[in-house]
Design a protein around this ligand. Sequence first.
Ligand code: MG
Length: 409
Amino acid sequence: MNVDQSPLPGQLARYASDPAQSRGRRIDEPAAPTRTVFQRDRDRVIHSTAFRRLVYKTQVFLNHEGDLFRTRLTHSLEVAQLGRSIARSLQLNEDLVEGISLAHDLGHTPFGHAGQDALNACLKSLPVGSAEQSSGFEHNLQSLRVVDELEERYPGFDGLNLSFETREGILKHCSRANAQWLEVKEPGGVGARFLHGGSPSLEAQLCNLADEIAYNAHDIDDGVRSGLLSLEQLEQVPLFDGHRRAALKVHAGLKGRRLLFESIRLMLSEQVYDVIDTTRQRLGETRVASTEDVRSAPNLVCFSGAMQSASRALKSFLHKNLYRHPQVMENTDRARQIVSDLFAVYLERPAEMTDGALPERPLARAVADHIAGMTDRFAIREHERLMGTSVFPSGAEPTSGTTPILAER
Ligand code: MG
């Protein structure tokens, strides 16, 4: 790929999201004098409370396991970097990509997927209808709840009152039951495509893929840093190993941390170029000429077939060897315990979670929102306060160890 072909900044393709054509905000507001609607959305996300909480929320490793592991915040920044870089090449709207990327994980619970699964199980154990939405806890829908309802910042409305396009990108998956619930509240809105089909903007599609590229790469890095994965083990993963060999060809004798980083860097570049080339080709073939064309076309931002299977193989390697590693699973069990204990206590004694009035929504949903908003360490402290015991035995806070070659300076 010839990077010199990148368009000049500010040039948007016809199929890119144009802020002047935005479907607007749920509550009308006067336009900002110096910023587009998408730039303003991004700025609102950055200034939100939920965004600052991301720094203390788990990606894979619990926040207190080490200072250098990814958190939800650094993950979101990496997604934004990859997304913007690809958007620029494809002449898509970088500001919209940045806003969606920074907001996409705002609804994540403490303790990553373990926290989400536990909260989902808690809500599903209640009678249908007792928690407002029809179907459990979904982190994408929760991210939307954060920007639509839960942030308390502005005098005139709840949430951040973001544009349709940013909200559409945030809701990347949604169950049919919850889409029906959204459709009642906002007919023809962000839930509609999960009921009637159709694609979101190219910028939203891109954020999805950038998310996947980012976590596949940084989970290798964090996995090796923690000592749970080894460079030797990674030789089983063709996508990584091809680049490890390529790095060694150019830099004979490269090893340890620098070999790991160089292999990941090359792997990231190849995936980025693959997305750009494949998407350009598909845009040409389908001849989309507007955002409306994009919405009625199949997904157009994607990997080539070969890269898709390589990425899938990497994902299943990480699943088997990292996400289900006994040491990770041990913390997963503790996280489940904390979330389900907190849920039970707050449901019985709601006064424990607020020093003021309870929000006007079903109690179970208010409890879920409260827990979902917690950082890892706040949830641990709150659990200790309410239960009088610690699931992390004192003096034995989880550490993942570090391999000698990658020990941090
Ligand atoms: Mg993510």
